[in-house]
Design a protein. Structure first.
Length: 249
């Protein structure tokens, strides 16, 4: 098993990529700590081999993050997956929507890293390695997409944060990488399609921007998550790993 003996915390684990990652990591032998703001979806996570421990957590709440970090063992892996897609051009974004996107997509990762990295450094001292994975997107500094001004800005910032963490701690056994998916079929994508003026056309357009002719599934993402959180990627740090179905060819 590729993650045997590792303790890995995954945010946004109630649904979508985070949930699939929690299940996949547990199947690879990790002890998974699954957190989400929604404890109802967390409660439906299946109890996989080594067990998935669930905790309700708002990744925007510093006090709650610190309280959880104080209760948990030192981590071998941290997957900061939580994020939100704002739909609009730079002219459409209110001050509060801009602040919310930054808060959830970027500042949450800064807080989670501040809370969990000290324990990960201790763990890396013992085992030689610990890994942080931050959720970015192909819609970031990598490529511009229409109606993604706030989102693309925040996901570009995630790449900057990722590279900074990687650079600062590369000599201390910590690796930090960013996952950059294409368009993934998840509950929130279905919500974006359903709330479009013409949902059928919206789904067609999401598929049309994927050159492989289909949306990604969450299971297209999990092999890369396992790789980046595990020792197979021990010589990989500070990278933006695209799993985009060829969008950026
Ligand atoms: P999703 O958007 O369907 O679900 C997000 C989860 O995050 C939900 O379970 C929600 O309860 C949780 N969440 C929201 N706010 C939270 C908070 N404050 N604290 C803790 N949990 C919170 O899932 P998804 O589409 O798989 O997206 C997950 C990540 O992947 C996001 O960062 C997203 O930007 C990124 N991403 C998604 C796609 C895509 O096409 N779906 C593409 C690229 C990147």
């Amino acid at each position: 098993m590729r993650l045997e003996g590792k303790t890995i915390l995954i945010s946004a684990a109630g649904q979508g990529i985070g949930r699939a990652s929690a299940i996949a990591c547990a199947r690879e032998g990790a002890k998974v700590i699954a957190v989400d703001i929604n404890d109802e979806t967390l409660a439906t996570l299946p109890a996989e081999a080594g067990g998935i421990e669930v905790h309700k957590l708002d990744v925007c709440d510093r006090a709650a993050i610190e309280a959880l970090a104080a209760k948990l063992p030192d981590l071998d892996g941290l997957f900061n997956c939580a994020g939100f897609v704002h739909n609009g051009t730079v002219l459409d974004i209110s001050e509060s929507d801009w602040a919310f996107s930054l808060e959830l997509n970027v500042t949450s990762m800064f807080r989670m890293t501040q809370a969990f990295l000290p324990g990960m450094l201790k763990q890396a001292d013992k085992t030689g390695t610990a890994a942080i994975l931050n959720m970015s997107s192909m819609a970031s500094s990598i490529k511009g997409f229409p109606m993604r001004a706030a989102y693309g800005t925040t996901k570009a910032a995630v790449i900057g944060l990722t590279k900074s963490i990687a650079a600062d701690f590369v000599g201390k056994g910590i690796r930090c990488n960013a996952l950059c998916p294409g368009t993934v079929d998840t509950p929130s994508l279905r919500g974006r399609i359903a709330s479009a003026p013409d949902p059928v056309e919206a789904e067609k357009n999401f598929i049309a921007r994927q050159p492989m002719g289909r949306l990604a599934t969450v299971d297209d993402m999990t092999p890369m998550v396992i790789y980046l959180l595990g020792d197979e990627s021990r010589y990989v740090s500070g990278q933006t790993l695209l799993v985009d179905g060829g969008v950026t060819i």
